[in-house]
Design a protein around this ligand. Structure first.
Ligand code: FAD
Ligand code: NAP
Length: 551
């Protein structure tokens, strides 16, 4: 045990003083919190973890809707901290389904004895920094309060469901669910009249499965979405053997990609404007065949130039029109926005589902859902009756889970007040005024614009190195410097302005939640981010302020 809290005469002695004091509290037992807690313990820190769910896995614990799977290939969407683990684990599909990813998380938890570090079924309600003792008190919904020097919020970017505030939600007599909090026992919709509200990734993955089971499925669409077939299938065992023969090199190549994945697929450096119409179509066709996100690698300027983007968008619309037999439905399903501005979806049989006799699409772009009644929902004065309504309406992304807690930093400053105009962080790791409080994949880090398991591992490693270094240097307190934070906020913003990302109502901008400040939250470019963090570390963690407790 490092016994960080009583190592210097200047620090406040804690260890042994009370049973509820820890070097670090970790909130959340998704992939981020699991690795963070494991790593801190391995370096000698005493750790206490809290998780609101009854088990590990985070996203993969909560999102059990049919069809849920990753959209980053499983050989990449997995931990890399243990070569033994990545060699032993066998994925069955190119993009594995939720039950397999959850089983993997549970395997990791057992293999590295992580379960015992967490208290499950326990929500953290708040955390208060004490200006005198310089310690955090973390409060749970169960009424427990524990003290810690460091708090690491591994609470997830997509872990607070966005349930629309529609009148009558509590009136509906049938089953009402959100894809992000799917019943653990599953949901059998055989013979039922089902509604799905929303057409984002969760809807696009679940709709083909629900349609196959339900008596009738009605999809309520506010905005159509671009989706590229995932081209999923059983995993290619020859390729797996090749990757496993040199997994480290494979990981290294992927970390050099802008979003830390996809190194095995071409990301072309040329402009769409230099291609003839035939070359353009043939390139788009090839990238369509690679599946999912790989489509956007067809040309270098698709995410940068609106006209270049329009070529890609039109190609996808032509695929939708060729797939969906009913012309009016096909037109409703065709997006007219910037492709890739909202997160691109990857599907298996999504557009084909609208050719089924038991599926209806209702356009609610001009007429929002007015209310729910006992028997269904009302749109444009018409009542649609259902046995089950499924909200696939996404998440209060990136800040939702952090702001749901009452977090009070120095001088009683609340995180809610500090972030009233949008999140402000230094590197997506800390926010000024909240000493020793860290975020994993916080706003201002690549987070949701990168392979997120790679992202959480990189953050856990960095936080752990920072704590260990600071301890060795004789410090017990780390803060973000306000000026460094302000500069970082500007850098994040500037990087997004150079792209087409700010040009649509995406959750990256907070636009999906009424009243949420519009700020582009993730940092674009994983390799640049990692390089910057290394420079900062080499400069003795510039932008962070260190202090020994009491002085
Ligand atoms: P999470 O997995 O969200 O875990 C956070 C945990 O914190 C949760 O278990 C939550 O219950 C807990 N928690 C939150 N607040 C509290 C509190 N106050 N008290 C106690 N516990 C709390 N990313 C990719 O890179 N590739 C993909 O293919 C991909 N697919 C996805 C599919 C879906 C359906 C969704 C929703 C997201 C997907 N993501 C994907 C993003 C995904 O969230 C991350 O990949 C990753 O799982 C995040 O891990 P995490 O530990 O940071 O957060
Ligand atoms: P989402 O992308 O935010 O989509 C939510 C959908 O609900 C949108 O179509 C939205 O319409 C609609 N909606 C929201 N509020 C509504 C309202 N009040 N009335 C009617 N419609 C409403 O959420 P998601 O599909 O859950 O995906 C969120 C993120 O999770 C993804 O972008 C991705 O990062 C991750 N994810 C990944 C996968 C995967 O393939 N691996 C699967 C699921 C989720 P508007 O567009 O008009 O707002």
């Amino acid at each position: 045990m490092l016994n960080l809290v009583d190592r210097s005469s200047k620090t406040v002695p804690l260890m042994g003083q009370a049973s509820k004091t820890f070097d670090a509290v970790v909130v959340g037992a998704g992939f981020g919190g699991m690795y963070m807690a494991h790593l801190l313990r391995s370096k000698g820190f005493t750790v206490r973890g809290f998780e609101r769910g009854s088990g590990v896995g985070g996203t993969w614990f909560w999102n059990r809707y049919p069809g849920c799977r990753c959209d980053v290939e499983s050989m990449e969407y997995s931990y890399q901290f243990s070569d033994g683990l990545q060699q032993d684990w066998q994925w069955s599909e190119r993009y594995s389904a939720q039950p397999e990813i959850l089983a993997y998380a549970e395997h990791v938890a057992h293999r590295f004895e992580i379960l015992g570090l967490f208290t499950f079924n326990t929500s953290v309600e708040g955390a208060d920094f004490d200006d005198l003792s310089r310690l955090w008190t973390v409060r749970t919904a169960a009424g427990e309060a524990v003290q810690a020097r460091y708090v690491i919020m591994a609470t997830g970017c997509l872990s607070t469901a966005n349930m629309p505030d529609i009148a009558g939600l509590d009136l509906f007599d049938g089953q009402l669910h959100h894809t992000g909090a799917w019943p653990a026992e599953g949901l059998d919709v055989s013979g039922l009249r089902v509604a799905v509200v929303g057409t984002g990734s969760s809807a696009i993955q679940s709709i083909p499965h629900i349609a196959a089971q339900a008596q009738h499925l009605t999809v309520f669409q506010r905005t159509p979405n671009y989706s590229i077939p995932a081209q999923n299938g059983p995993i290619d065992t020859t390729r797996v053997a090749e990757i496993k023969a040199n997994y480290e090199e494979y990981r290294r190549r992927n970390k050099n990609q802008p979003a830390a994945f996809g190194a095995d697929f071409p990301r072309n450096g040329d402009s769409v404007f230099d291609a003839t119409p035939e070359e353009r179509e043939s390139r788009f066709e090839a990238h369509w065949g690679y599946g999912g996100f790989m489509f956007m690698g067809a040309f270098a300027d698709l995410g940068l130039d609106p006209q270049a983007n329009a070529y890609a968008a039109e190609f996808v619309r032509s695929k939708i029109r060729a797939t969906v037999k009913d012309t009016a439905t096909a037109e409703l399903l065709c997006p007219d926005t910037i492709i890739g501005c909202k997160r691109l979806c990857a599907d298996t049989g999504y557009f084909e589902t609208y050719n089924r006799d038991n599926v209806t699409l209702v356009d609610i772009s001009a007429h929002p859902i007015e209310k729910l009644t006992r028997s269904g929902l009302v749109v444009n004065k018409a009542l649609y009756e259902f046995d089950a309504i499924i909200f696939a309406t996404g998440f209060d992304a990136m800040t939702g889970s952090l702001l749901k807690m009452e977090i009070r930093g120095e001088g009683g400053l609340t995180l809610k007040d500090k972030w009233a105009d949008g999140p402000k962080t230094y590197l997506g790791l800390m926010t000024a005024g909240f000493p020793n409080l860290f975020m994993m994949t916080g706003p201002g880090s690549p987070s949701v614009l990168a392979n997120m398991i790679t992202g959480v591992e990189q953050h856990a490693d960095y936080i752990c190195d920072l704590l260990t270094w600071s301890h060795k240097e004789g410090f017990s307190e780390i803060k973000a410097e306000p000026v460094a934070e302000q500069t970082w906020v500007e850098v994040v913003n500037m990087r997004s302005q150079a792209t087409l990302y700010p040009r649509c109502n995406s959750w990256y901008l907070g636009a999906n939640v009424p009243g949420k400040p519009r700020v582009f939250m993730p940092y674009l470019g994983f390799p640049d981010y990692v390089a910057r963090l290394q420079e900062i570390r080499d400069a003795r963690y510039e932008g962070f302020v260190f202090a020994a407790a009491g002085g």
